[in-house]
Ligand binder design. Structure first.
Ligand code: PHE
Length: 341
């Protein structure tokens, strides 16, 4: 048997008996690799005499082609076997629900704002709004905070350049939602009223519990017979529903705001067991809002007669309430933007 025929027999047998792709690859290298048997024979072609070459070269080329074809055929058959094996052993339950994927969610602040608005709507309050860039008049003067008043320094106000140096031109980023009290009351039929004002406010302050932009909710109720008892009931009712605590205990701590008289800061009873905050019980207090009876000067600034009308106002930080209700430790996490890829 010639060399060529012998080599062909050996390799075709080897190929036929292989069961996996790796072995097939080693056989290919053994035959057709740089130092493979067939390659070695192919290299001899150039050394042959003309006549020998004429007979052997086609035979060698045929050998090479045959081995390549056989390897390809075997590869296909091994892959088909692998696939058939997979099909018979693996299975897919196409009735299973698909994996859930991240969708955008409503921001916690928007959620909490909605919850608060809903509670106050049930108590008869409607929503009012005002601009975020205010004039000194609405943000300060009309709220009984004249230019020389120290309270102006207490707010870390962002001022913006006055475009036209006119009195009343908007020039501050509102430091609280209280200017909307004025905007509402000065309107015709502004009183009597029960309004809430959710919105963004701005102060130049930044740490774990302060961000330069945050959210407040203002409340204002004006009528002919409103007293502090109504304020107390309203806030207790709000906290009871918002925090879902039946026996909520609030403390009205005497305080000072230029736009209310008397003024009270409101604390909610809580405990700090093992560093865990629990609202509604315990020995500690946590401040949640500022409030009071609207100052007569504020009513007069809106052309409302303080001898006929009185009422209460309150302002709460929505972000703070969201942190308390949902145990969010750092206010700044509300401002983190998460990109879901
Ligand atoms: N505007 C006050 C603040 O931002 C809160 C407040 C509103 C207090 C209404 C009393 C009445 O701190």
């Amino acid at each position: 048997m010639s060399d060529i025929k012998q080599i062909e027999d050996i390799f075709l047998k080897l190929i036929a008996s292989t069961k996996n792709i790796d072995d097939l690859e080693s056989i290919r290298i053994k035959a057709l690799g740089k130092k493979g048997e067939v390659t070695k024979l192919m290299k001899t072609i150039s050394l042959m005499e003309e006549e020998e070459r004429r007979t052997k070269a086609p035979l060698l080329n045929a050998l090479k082609d045959k081995i390549i074809q056989n390897i390809e055929k075997k590869k296909l058959s091994i892959n088909t076997d692998i696939l058939n094996e997979k099909i018979s052993t693996e299975w897919l339950d196409i009735s299973r629900p698909s994996r859930s994927w991240q969708k955008g969610k409503i921001h916690p602040i928007s959620q909490v704002t909605e919850e608060i608005v809903e509670i106050f709507s049930d108590l008869g309050f409607s929503i009012a709004e005002g601009p975020q860039i205010e004039s000194d008049w609405y943000n300060f003067d009309a709220l009984n905070i004249p230019p020389e008043h120290p309270a102006r320094q207490e707010f870390d106000t962002f001022y913006i350049e006055k475009l036209k140096n006119k009195i009343g031109e908007p020039n501050v980023l509102r430091t609280h939602t209280s200017p909307v009290q004025i905007r509402h009351m000065e309107k015709n039929n502004g009183v009597p009223c029960r309004i809430i004002v959710p919105g963004k406010v701005f102060r130049s302050d930044y740490d774990q519990t302060h961000t330069p932009m945050f959210n407040q909710l203002e409340g204002l109720a004006i009528d002919k017979d409103i007293n502090m008892g109504h304020l107390k009931w309203t806030l207790e009712e709000f906290c009871r529903v918002f925090f879902d605590i039946d026996d909520v205990v609030l403390r009205f701590r005497s305080s000072h705001f230029p736009f209310t008289e008397p003024s009270a800061e409101v604390d909610i009873k809580c405990s700090w067991d093992d560093g865990l905050l629990k609202l509604g019980q315990g020995e500690s207090w946590l401040e949640i809002l500022g409030s009071g009876m609207v100052h007569p000067n504020v009513l007069m600034a809106c052309n409302v007669d303080p001898l006929v009308y009185q009422g209460f106002a309150f302002g709460m930080g929505i972000d703070r309430l969201a942190m308390l209700k949902y145990g969010i430790p750092d206010l700044r996490s509300f401002l983190i933007v998460i990109f879901v890829g």
